[in-house]
Design a protein around this ligand. Sequence first.
Ligand code: NI
Length: 150
Amino acid sequence: MAILEIRKAGDKVLKEPCAAVSKIDRKIRQLLDDMAQTMYHADGVGLAAPQVGVSLRIIVIDAGNGLLELINPVLIEAEGEEKDTEGCLSIPGIYGEVERFSKVVVEGINRNGKKERIVGTGLLARALQHEMDHLEGVLFIDKAQTLCKR
Ligand code: NI
């Protein structure tokens, strides 16, 4: 495993829509391992592949209930709304209030190629939406109503 460099806002890989993963091979599983290690090392709640310079639809999240890995995640259902403070490992020191769905259902595949269905509320719902936005080249500062430095 390796800790990867986290790309910062201004890097164009963060503004590009990512390609779907077509085959889960050893390289993809290695990337999942490295992304998780990088996320934990940076004390983050989630990380998307473009944040480590890879323009593929892969996210990892740990919202306090263990590691979640999702390949090619798709938003299936969404309801409610909730405004809360968000930050991003690619935009250190900046925080903002972002409105998100309060509950989401997301489907993707895991490292074994099996379908995963995640139902998220609270921080997990927020993290899923934040990380999936990264896969479209969207950053939270594009959506935040107010921003502050901390
Ligand atoms: Ni982020």
